[in-house]
Write a protein that binds this ligand. Structure first.
Ligand code: SAJ
Length: 441
């Protein structure tokens, strides 16, 4: 280990979902860390010893490092040996990346940089951001970028809810502007990373992160297209995917009402922006997934035409963008609700989300009361175990539309529901009660 790395001071710019756990983790491993955020409320809260995000184990770890005086917070950077930038890169309304926070954060450290320092960008960014955006700003220091200042991209790849575990266990990608930048960055993360650390160049590292999420988006778009074809041709897409995935080299993802979250629904656009005339598959996948809420709404309308009441009520189950979380960012459920609102009375229930949404009910029973149809939009575990007999006694209609294939088809059919699953032909309800999917496994 290089001498200067032994008693290291680190400055972390941006104390959100990634920056804060990263700062705390380094402090826990003996690094003196100064955390910076432009939001004074966040700085005040953290300085008072309280975390501002929900993450299992983080509060306890923060208590520990504040006690050991390894972590301080402030509104502006301080001199340090290494700087980590972990600020948001939102998307503009025209689907281009907004790298303003990265630009501002890089400018903010320029006055504090000295010979031998290391600058690491963790934010997810379009390809060439290090080369074309970050390096020109760092040149303002007057330091020789390749010899006196070391720079790399090491993208975050951790899952909220499992952050502290994944920060340690996951492999890390480190893309330096030169070999020494990569090696110094890897040496820093080795203080707590147990996974492999893979060294590459900065632009490759940027693309690795984007390709991981885009691979998932393209794969889900394929599943969604197969779901539509299944309804048209007449087969069960869930069963077909399960059987295709028995092949050792096939891993088709699941169809659904769309792709949400702040990563997979966003990152492919960063690739598209970098080469629009070449990124055809990326573009069509993104628009396929973005079109799913409308597809679901049209199917819901079609199903409700048979219902006799004029003022129809839908019990909407699920607001979060995926199962067992409370996050609604870019949630396809929110989009579906937006498209249905005004045409139907919506009684919405999500056991995890507590945000104010018009029509949200506190209990499943309240949501189901007098509903003409039940529409399932999120794969929460709580929905898998709903007792359809109890629900049947509350609703006035008998339609259930399951866009995530979460409930037990046979049980719901036996309880008297007309059960429709996204990706199964409409005229093919399972009325036998035997269930659709029978596999040999
Ligand atoms: N979804 C489907 N079908 C599937 C899988 C997911 O419709 O088969 C939907 C989900 O319901 C959800 C959306 O896709 O609406 C995204 O969910 P996700 O679990 O695929 O991804 P995120 O956004 O929670 O986290 C991803 C992860 N990336 C990968 O798995 C490659 C995570 O490791 C990254 O750290 C995170 O993005 C990020 O920060 O980039």
């Amino acid at each position: 280990m290089k001498k200067e790395m032994l008693h290291l001071k680190l400055c972390v710019i941006g104390l959100g979902y990634i920056g804060l756990p990263t700062a705390v983790m380094f402090a826990k491993h003996g690094v003196t860390v100064h955390g910076v955020d432009i939001n004074p409320n966040i700085v005040a809260k953290l300085a008072g010893g309280q975390i501002h995000i929900e993450e299992p184990g983080l509060q306890e770890m923060l208590d520990e490092v504040i006690e050991s005086q390894h972590l301080s917070f402030g509104a502006s950077p301080e001199q340090a040996d290494a700087f980590i930038i972990s600020v948001p890169t939102p998307i503009n309304s025209d689907k281009t990346a907004n790298v303003d926070y990265v630009i501002d954060a890089t400018h903010s450290i320029v006055p504090y940089l000295k010979k031998g320092d290391l600058v690491i960008l963790e934010s997810t960014v379009p390809p060439r951001t290090i080369e074309d955006v970050v390096l020109p700003i760092l040149k303002e220091t007057g330091l020789n970028i390749n010899r006196d200042l070391f720079v790399s991209h090491s993208p975050e790849r951790v899952l909220p809810g499992r952050l502290l575990e994944e920060l340690v266990e996951n492999d890390r990608i480190v893309g330096g502007i030169n070999q020494e930048s990569s090696e110094r960055t890897a040496e820093l993360y080795r203080r707590f990373v147990k996974g492999n650390i893979h060294l590459t160049d900065a632009t490759t590292a940027e693309m690795v992160k984007l390709m991981e999420n885009t691979y998932r988006d393209v794969n889900i778009a394929f599943a969604n297209e197969m779901a539509k074809i299944a309804e048209y041709v007449g087969f069960n897409v869930w069963e077909a995917i399960e059987l295709a995935n028995c092949h050792p080299r096939v891993n088709i993802h699941k169809p659904g009402p769309g792709v949400g979250g702040h990563c997979i629904a966003v990152d492919p656009w960063f690739i598209y922006e970098s080469a629009p005339s070449l990124a055809n598959l990326v573009h069509i996948s993104r628009t396929t997934n973005d079109g799913m809420p409308e597809f679901v709404v049209n199917k819901m309308k079609e199903l409700l035409t048979s219902s006799e009441h004029s003022n129809k009520t839908i019990a909407v189950l699920g607001l979060a963008f995926k199962g067992n979380i409370d996050d609604m960012r870019e949630s396809p459920a929110v989009e579906v609700i937006k498209l249905l609102r005004g045409q139907y009375t919506l009684q919405i229930f999500d056991p995890h989300v507590k945000d104010e949404i018009e029509g949200r009910k506190e209990t499943l029973a309240e949501a189901a009361k007098n509903a003409d149809a039940i529409l399932i939009l999120t794969d929460h575990n709580e929905f898998r175990t709903i007792n359809p007999v109890e629900i049947k006694s509350l609703v006035r209609g008998n339609i259930v539309f399951d866009t995530r294939n979460v409930v037990d088809h046979a049980l719901w059919s036996r309880a008297g529901f007309e059960h429709y699953v996204l990706g199964q032909p409409l005229n093919n309800f399972d009325k036998t009660g035997s269930g659709y999917i029978e596999t040999a496994r």
